[in-house]
Design a protein around this ligand. Structure first.
Ligand SMILES: Nc1ncnc2c1ncn2[C@@H]1O[C@H](COP(=O)(O)OP(=O)(O)OP(=O)(O)O)[C@@H](O)[C@H]1O
Ligand SMILES: [Mg+2]
Length: 194
């Protein structure tokens, strides 16, 4: 049976690193794996990236609608891969949209908009203090450091709040070494394998 795994967490929490490690670990076991990410590399994902890097100015609400549109296309691909027997590892999914979006928008609207998308089998949150995550990203001297730290601390709390509302949600301490974090993630995933 194929597994749909989502890795979540604030910027710099280690999602991309751990997606890669899990992908290789599952491949070594002989499983077929499709590692993917959101926002996607598609056209709508490109608009989202432009908005996130401030080249394009849009409202919070427009941004969330774009995330949902990007996801709406992405899940077609995910569902096809699941049907073909692939495990899916998705680097961010709807929990990220809700955790970041609810800083400025209504949580109920965000949850409702995202309720049409398939639920992952496992969501793993890489929990980490914003300060450590930003230092990893090499942001410790930037002018916006304190602003981003405050914002990401809020998003971290939102992720924890959401962990209580969604099923099959696991929290891993993301502040440890890559190997330790990987070991915990693999342990969680192993419990769901046939
Ligand atoms: N456990 C770890 N300990 C120390 N450094 C790490 C660890 N995991 C990842 N890193 C490093 O921290 C940086 C951010 O990691 P990564 O890109 O995996 O995070 P991310 O969650 O995907 O971030 P973003 O949300 O910005 O895409 C990278 O330089 C990576 O090599
Ligand atoms: Mg990443």
């Amino acid at each position: 049976m194929s597994l749909f795994v989502v890795l979540e967490g604030i910027d710099g929490s280690g999602k991309t690193t751990q997606t890669f490690l899990l992908e290789h670990r599952l491949r070594k076991m002989g499983r077929r794996v499709y590692a993917t990410r959101e926002p996607t590399d598609g056209i709508i994902g490109g608009i989202i990236r432009a908005a996130l890097t401030t080249k394009l100015r849009i409202t919070h609400r427009t941004l969330q609608i774009l995330f949902a549109a990007d996801r709406s296309e992405h899940v077609k691909e995910i569902e096809d891969r699941i049907k073909a027997g692939y495990d899916i590892i998705c680097d961010r999914y709807y929990i990220s949209s809700i955790a970041y979006g609810m800083v400025d928008l209504d949580i109920d609207w965000l949850i409702k908009m995202n309720s049409v998308f398939p639920e992952p089998d496992i969501t793993i949150l890489l929990d980490i203090p914003a300060e450590i995550a930003l230092k990893r990203l090499g942001d410790r001297y930037s002018k916006t450091f304190f602003e981003r730290r405050a914002f990401l601390s809020k998003v971290r709390e939102n992720f924890i709040e959401l962990s209580k509302l969604f099923k099959n949600f696991h929290i891993v301490d993301g502040s440890r070494s890559e190997e330790e974090v990987h070991r915990d993630i693999f342990k969680i995933v192993s419990d769901y394998l046939d």
